[in-house]
Design a protein around this ligand. Structure first.
Ligand SMILES: [Zn+2]
Length: 367
């Protein structure tokens, strides 16, 4: 099923990979994409987001299927200023001096080739929106700066997860960040240590008592940054740490946060230190039932092209989290990229082809 134009697909992928697009500097790839999608008969609209733009591409349908959203991101991590793609019989790599950028240009190449195929083969489809975001690698900044209420889609298929085609992420965590600041009292460390309150000491006791690492199957916590103190002869007045809590279950995340807050309170009162805690929600999690329509479409679409679906959970966030919080039921599909965020990144040509087939199969399977 689906006789994909291998040469054109590889050519598109390489062209995309070789356009540098670090986060917030997507203007060059935007130009390329608008040109390609215009030629395919789409309506392209850019939406300003900080110093860059998100791109929404719309294909008007010619059937009465439900509208869907396909999504990926345009930016890559660094180093990516000079990407040279090396093509072998089975895979594409960089020359080892940069990332390849298959995260997430594999998805974009698949979308483009799918619509080349649709045009050539006059395939019927419903309304399709393709959202390509900027600055995803900067904490989902692109999609967070996009007004999702302009979308009409009912179901969303994000192609932004690593591994061979066939994986579908249907669960991803809630994620919050906390900054704990301890205020003690400065004093001379040699002459009057008893007059001081050592903020570093207080903070270390807090850190040693709060939950950390893998808390349960769905929940993790990690202190990642610590700072404080000015000199060894001063009892430090201030110390600070930053941590994150993640859980697929919102209640569990909130329970861990509560435990952290109570520990801070308890230890600070023992030492007569003061504290402030700042907390932000990075993104909400999602949990999609394997019985839901979006999963059923994916399952059927994969089976049609001979791929065994594997529904899994992920420990990190993606644009999919934000799309789900807007009410569109969305899942995150693997798009073939491997060893991502490293100069060892590569993609198998087989996966590039299967991913394009999957995009087509999803488009045709949508009820
Ligand atoms: Zn990505």
């Amino acid at each position: 099923m689906y006789n994909i134009n291998r040469e054109r697909l590889i050519k598109t992928f390489v062209e995309l990979a070789e356009i540098p697009s670090p986060s917030w500097k997507e203007e060059q790839i935007l130009k390329y994409l608008i040109k390609r999608f215009d030629k395919l008969g789409a309506n392209c609209q850019t939406y300003r987001c900080g110093e860059s733009f998100n791109l929404l591409i719309r294909f008007k349908g010619n059937s009465n299927q439900n509208p869907i959203l396909l999504s990926g991101h345009m930016d890559t991590v660094i180093p990516c200023d000079k990407v040279k793609a090396i093509i072998s019989d089975t895979k594409i790599t960089s020359d080892g001096t940069s990332v390849l950028g298959s995260d997430d240009k594999a998805a974009i190449a698949m979308f483009i080739e799918a619509f080349e195929y649709i045009k050539e083969n006059k395939i019927k489809h419903g309304d399709i929106e393709i959202l390509l975001t900027c600055a995803e690698e900067q904490g989902l900044k692109g999609i967070k700066g996009f007004d999702l209420s302009v979308l009409m889609a009912k179901y969303g298929f994000v192609f932004d997860s690593s591994g061979s085609i066939g994986k579908a992420i249907i669960k991803a965590p809630y994620h919050s960040n906390m900054t704990i600041t301890i205020k003690g009292k400065a004093s001379h460390a040699g002459m009057a240590p008893e007059k001081g309150i050592n903020a570093i000491r207080v903070l270390s006791e807090i850190i040693s008592q709060i939950p950390q690492g893998r808390i349960d199957e769905e929940t993790t916590a990690n202190v990642g940054i610590i700072s404080g103190g000015k000199a060894t002869n001063i009892v430090p007045e201030e110390a600070q740490c930053q941590l994150e809590v993640r859980s697929i279950d919102q209640k569990k995340m909130l329970a861990v946060e509560k435990e952290i807050k109570e520990t801070v309170k308890k230890i600070c009162s023992q030492y007569r230190a003061k504290s402030t805690i700042e907390r932000t929600l990075e993104y909400a999690g999602f949990k999609i039932s394997p019985e839901s329509t979006v999963c059923k479409i994916t399952e059927t679409a994969m089976k049609k092209i001979g791929i065994k679906p594997e529904f899994i959970a992920m420990g990190g966030g993606s644009d999919t989290n934000i799309i789900n919080s807007s009410g569109i039921k969305a899942i995150n599909l693997s798009c073939g990229m491997q060893n991502i965020h490293s100069t060892e990144e590569f993609i198998l040509i087989k996966d590039l082809i299967n991913g394009t087939k999957l995009v087509l199969s999803i488009i045709e399977t949508v009820p």
